[in-house]
Design a protein around this ligand. Structure first.
Ligand code: DX5
Ligand code: ZN
Length: 218
């Protein structure tokens, strides 16, 4: 079954909890939290304080997507704040094995993200450490961008790499996922769909979630 991960980047920050609980009630499995530092990506968003505030109110898997340089410095803060899954970008790490071990050593699930231009070979030798591979389907930094279809063959390639090694990591996609693009990414092998503007951009959050799921499951 496909899992949905609404991204709070497009939520109403003056009514964040109401938006988040509506997504939870509608059956979303993950809550995707986009962390941006103004260096790795040209935008600044939110940090561990928001994870900490949401933690006691939310049952969904709290999924922190770190679009930040030097992620090792902040991993502990996110896990202490209550993140269940911490995803770092392959492009930020000179010692990715160490970074992923840091996450797992503190009891969280470890994710590795690839920008659209980064080949899957960048993560070949660390795949056994990874619980989730995040394939960016836009260039990270902003919500509401257009899906990049050139990533579809990469989803297939990562699925094959995992299968060949007998690994069961999730394949998450992030960026431009909506009713129109969901079926294609799932067909290619995605198991967790992040959606920001397609969930929180409209008036009816629950309905949007159900429609994306219906489209994803064909
Ligand atoms: C982009 C973020 C995404 C973003 C997706 O840098 O990583 O999670 O919120 O937004 P949509 O679904 O609107 O493309
Ligand atoms: Zn994200």
């Amino acid at each position: 079954m496909v899992k949905l991960a609404p991204s709070i980047l497009s939520a109403d920050f003056t009514a964040l909890l109401a938006d988040v609980l509506e997504a939870q009630e509608a059956g979303a499995e993950y809550l995707h939290i986009d962390v941006m530092d103004g260096h790795f990506v040209p935008n600044i968003s939110i940090g561990p304080l928001v994870v900490k505030a949401l933690r006691p109110k939310v049952k969904m898997c709290l999924d922190a997507h770190l679009m930040i340089e030097n992620p090792d410095l902040y991993i502990g803060d996110f896990i202490k704040a209550g993140a269940d899954l911490v995803t770092v970008h392959a492009e930020t790490g000179t010692h990715l094995h160490r970074t992923l071990s840091l996450i797992k050593g503190q009891g969280a699930l470890a994710g590795i993200a690839l920008n659209p231009a980064t080949p899957p070979s960048a993560i070949e030798y660390i795949l056994p450490l990874v619980d989730l591979v995040l394939l960016m389907t836009v260039n990270p930094g902003f919500g509401g961008q257009t899906f990049i279809p050139e990533v579809l063959p990469k989803i297939r390639a990562v699925k094959k790499m995992l299968e060949e090694r007998g690994l069961a990591a999730e394949i998450q996609v992030d960026g431009g996922i909506n009713r129109e693009t969901a079926a294609a990414v799932v067909k290619a092998g995605a198991t967790v769909l992040v959606a920001g503007s397609a969930v929180f951009g409209g008036r009816d959050i629950a309905r949007s979630i159900k429609e994306i799921r219906r489209a994803a499951e064909g």
